[in-house]
Design a protein. Structure first.
Length: 89
C-alpha cells in the first residue's frame, strides 16, 4: 500500500528504512523523500514508525553505538537543529 503518493513510496519501503535505522519522519524523508511534498503522509509515517526502540535514540541519549557503526558516525543522520522551513512560524 502506498504511504506517499507524491513520490510513490510504499509501507514496505518505509519499514525497510526504519529497519535500517530511521527513527523519525525527518529521517525517512531524508532517505526517500516521503513527506517532503504535500506532507499528507507524515502522520502515516509516524504511525508506521511507532514508539518502539531505536538504536539511534539510545545513542543520542548516551548509549553505545550499534555494532558495526563507523567511528565518529553521527547519532542521528539527517538531523539539522535550528533549521526553519520557509513559511514556518
Amino acid at each position: 500500500m502506498y504511504v506517499c503518493s507524491c513520490f510513490g513510496i510504499t509501507e514496505d519501503q518505509v519499514k525497510k528504512h526504519a529497519d535500517g535505522g530511521a527513527c523519525t519522519p525527518r529521517q525517512i524523508a531524508s532517505a526517500c523523500k516521503a513527506g517532503t511534498d504535500c506532507g499528507g503522509c507524515v502522520r502515516r509515517i509516524q504511525a508506521l514508525l511507532g514508539r518502539g526502540d531505536c538504536a539511534r535514540r539510545d545513542l543520542a541519549a548516551g548509549g553505545t553505538a550499534p555494532t558495526g557503526a563507523p567511528a565518529g558516525a553521527p547519532a542521528v543522520l539527517g538531523a539539522t537543529p535550528d533549521v526553519r522551513l520557509p513559511g514556518a512560524a
